[in-house]
Design a protein around this ligand. Structure first.
Ligand code: ATP
Length: 334
């Protein structure tokens, strides 16, 4: 049976990496019917919005979307597509696997962790005020409900993906009420998942540990701001934003996306690295239960990197087309 999936190629290098990813998925044998929609800077001027209604309707209907990087025209009053999608679909869990690829950043070879970031509250709730001239206040909003669903998601993910441990990252020694609430909920949720070992680490110690011995953390669950910072640290460990995937998961829909930007400096030059979006597509296949096709692509990616085929951002000489062809061939052999 074919899956119907919304594809938002995006801006800048988006269409190039989206096209490469479609070909890679096809090579894996999975059957997908795409509903292709434009969003972002490409439609903003014409349609007066970065996210036309039919795009949101398509994601709601299909429940799964694959999205390239999207630009928001700055200073023209347009809302970010990413923020709008996240709010409209209540995509509460941001999931970022951080895994090394052969030959890329050899200092961190063997890194394999997953960051599960709460996506809807914390300092991102937008609750800021000037108490008086010269004194600003930002409100860190943490609710029991959001803590419970993100912790449940992390433990559930750990069980499904055969992980051993979930580490909650917090600063409850300082923020006793807000981060303390996360910790309290985490401990309760952990009791319902006896096969997964729970662990607790303070955010600064976590940053150190990620560089020294990341794998001990296994699956990290954390609040919005810590998750934002640690995700980029994680991306840096394994070769940068050009290769790490991401997913935004809600109760009824999920959006899989490249976490890098539109890279206007290289758009249209045929040198973009499609790995990040390809790896996001692998996450999408696991989400759809298409584990065989997902594993084929994972093996193909490993073989391609092992053979030394790399794009310019990873000091290689392959263009997007060379890399995609090598990857599709490797998937054929996987
Ligand atoms: P935006 O404004 O959309 O965030 P940006 O250029 O500020 O775009 P990124 O798109 O993340 O931010 O790019 C940062 C740098 O990384 C750029 O030099 C870009 O060319 C490079 N880069 C990002 N993604 C890729 C990719 N997939 N392949 C190759 N290079 C990439």
């Amino acid at each position: 049976m074919a899956h119907t999936i919304t594809l938002i190629p995006g801006d800048g290098i988006g269409p190039e990496v989206a096209d490469a990813t479609r070909r890679v998925l096809e090579a894996s044998g999975v059957k997908i019917e795409w509903e292709v929609h434009n969003a972002g800077a490409a439609v903003a001027e014409k349609r007066g919005t970065t996210l036309p209604d039919e795009v949101l309707e398509s994601v709601r209907r299909n429940k799964v979307a694959l999205k390239g990087p999207i630009g928001t025209p700055i200073g023209k009053g347009f809302r970010s597509v990413n923020v709008t999608l996240r709010q409209a679909l209540d995509l509460y869990a941001n999931v970022r696997p951080i895994r090394s690829l052969p030959g890329v950043e050899p200092r961190f070879e063997g890194t394999d962790i997953v960051i599960v970031r709460e996506n809807t509250e914390d300092l991102y709730a937008g609750l800021e005020l000037m108490i008086m001239p010269g004194v600003a206040q930002s409100i860190k909003l943490i609710t029991e409900r959001a803590c419970a669903r993100i912790c449940e998601y992390a433990f559930d993910y750990a069980e499904k993906m055969n992980r051993k441990r979930v580490t909650v990252v917090h600063k409850a020694n300082i923020m006793k009420l807000s981060d303390g609430l996360l910790l309290e909920v985490f401990r309760k949720v952990a009791m319902r998942f006896p096969r997964i070992e729970p662990a607790e680490v303070i955010v600064d110690a976590c940053a150190l540990q990620m560089v020294k011995n990341a794998n001990k953390l296994d699956v990290i669950v954390t609040e919005n701001l810590y998750g934002d910072i640690l995700s980029d640290l994680g991306a840096g460990l394994v070769g940068g934003l050009g290769i790490v995937p991401g997913a935004n998961i809600g109760i009824s829909s999920a959006v899989f996306e490249a976490v890098h930007g539109t890279a206007p400096d290289i758009a249209g030059k045929g040198i973009a690295n499609p790995t990040a979006l390809v790896q996001s597509a692998v996450m999408m296949l696991h989400h759809l239960g298409e584990h065989t096709a997902a594993t084929k692509i994972e093996k193909g990616l490993l073989a391609t990197f092992q053979s030394g085929v790399r794009t310019a951002d990873l000091s290689g000489t392959a263009g997007t087309e060379d890399f995609t062809r090598a990857l599709c061939d490797a998937i054929g052999r996987a």
